[in-house]
Design a protein around this ligand. Sequence first.
Ligand code: URA
Length: 441
Amino acid sequence: MFSMYDVIAKKRDGGVLSEEEIRFLIDGYTAGDIPDYQIAAWLMAVYLRGMNDAETAALTDAMLHSGDIVDLSRFGHLSADKHSTGGVGDKTTFIVAPLAAVLGCKTAKMSGRGLGHTGGTIDKLEAIPGYRVTLTEAQFRTQVEEIGVSVIGATGDIAPADKLLYALRDVTATVDSLPLIASSIMSKKLAAGTASIVLDVTVGSGAFMKTVSDARALAQAMVDIGVHAGKNITAVLTDMDQPLGRTVGNALELEEAITFLRGDDTGLDDLREVSLTLAAHMAANVHGISPDDAYRQAYDAWRSGAAYEKFVEWITAQGGDRTWIEDFSTHAAASVQRTVCAVQDGFLVRADAEQIGLAAMQLGAGRRTKEDGIDMTAGIRLLRKVGEPVRRGDPLAVLYTADAHLADAAEARFLSAVTIGEVRPAPISHILGIVRGEEET
Ligand code: URA
């Protein structure tokens, strides 16, 4: 029997914890035998001292086995999941999930809710009247079998230790630690049970990882864990220095994804490149084909409208209203729509994703605490992206909200999040790197 005091002290002094010590603390915390204050002290020790690969793998394994593991064995190597480390305006799941299904993947995805500046796929899906984010495991499997895609909210039985730890990290300033992020994400992904995993590791102002080298290290740590667990896994590093696409906010993002799926990618180069690349790597992993061939197939599946038809099939199978998808004029509209204009001529050189995400949250699109409600119509439409020219007085963005006071505060934040300069910035790469897992022998 270990003592939690000794485990904390060992990590505080830079020691390496054994698999047994890590299992002891995760099992004890999940069972309610170890109090928050001791786990909080241990988290801070990990934050400051780090963990080596073996410790990170042991932590992942302990959290993975703290709850249920979804059985998707009936799909063999075809089951596939995609996960983002978090972003602003990230609506790729609505595009990637049906695209991958058209390419023959069995896309079985459990998603989360948004907190702080990042949005959550499950919140966004709830903008569609009737969409059921909760299915039984049997219903989930049947839909994946019949349609090739289902997206539901993660149940409380998946990696419950991570839920407890994440809530504690959130209030103890210990979220952005590489081993803690890697083990948190991978414990959930392994518990979700797919044979193949594609990770979208975001980089920049709106991401946990601010530099490509930090993101690459996180990607490598997660890929190593996945390979060790026998998964077919790839991480794609993508730009999150400015929001993805031109909308931030629940219904607005779905409208943008639907417009894109119908074939219109005007001004959406970043959304197209990131979505097609993620879907291509899913198909490449599942079918063992080259990512370039898979990309061409993904492009065709998008241009032909097959992915849009699959999206409609998926959403309506989960109870979502077809009219809402087909006719945007039926959507509720925000009562306050505030246009924010440029104060000088030049080029947009910065659009800070985190600050714009926080401005959208202030408008009502996100939640500050887990108890907050969400205004599905609130958000921001970006009329200029980084690199585009602007003239003084040109509209930069439209803010959507239910309350003019909220618009005042969000407008000030939005203006501080953008910079107009005289020199056009260098073009942005949307894909910043790929980390592929090699089968361990
Ligand atoms: N997303 C997670 O699920 N966990 C983290 O620690 C960070 C992002």
